[in-house]
Design a binder for this molecule. Sequence first.
Ligand SMILES: [Fe+2]
Length: 236
Amino acid sequence: MALRTLASKKTLSLALGGGARPLAAAAAARGVATTVSLPDLPYDFGALEPAISGEIMRLHHQKHHATYVANYNKALEQLDAAVSKGDASAVVQLQGAIKFNGGGHVNHSIFWKNLKPISEGGGEPPHGKLGWAIDEHFGSFEALVKKMNAEGAALQGSGWVWLALDKEAKKLSVETTPNQDPLVTKGASFVPLLGIDVWEHAYYLQYKNVKPDYLNNIWKVMNWKYAGEVYENVHA
Ligand SMILES: [Fe+2]
């Protein structure tokens, strides 16, 4: 297989944030696109109760995220075949499935790390440099929460609301993305510190149509320690 083809596949996989990066070089050497796998949750399904029920967490991880992983890997296989045949039409046709399912994998992989059981420090407001930056950019921690809740509640259809760090401008902002679009689709310099899944599958079994209650309660299990570490690593 041409070197150019191998390079483009590797670039595509990395651009979409595919997991299993240690396997990327080996996969590229074999001439196949790197696939991803479902990451383990860093806590039990029921560990976020009562904010998020164990039933939701189990379905969300085992069914929804697992399906994004399976469909992304399937699309990569099809992309392999299309690239090998030089079928440009098929390559273009696959972009939608790759964006949707690859985005679903990227977003949910972040989301699980954004949450933490209360017994392990979930919900403790941010301290240190991120805490100061939030005060500077939004006025207060409470103002940030209010803004993210408002933007999440106003998001029509399915999507995500993000606390983003623009690593070039070194500014925090609140962003939303539709469907499973990852934050990077808003700009290459955006780094997600926190992402809240506002698809109905994230809350409907517990909160029914009352999305604002879900948004209010998710802060009780937010992993600000993770967000602070990402902020300091990127901002340094
Ligand atoms: Fe989701």
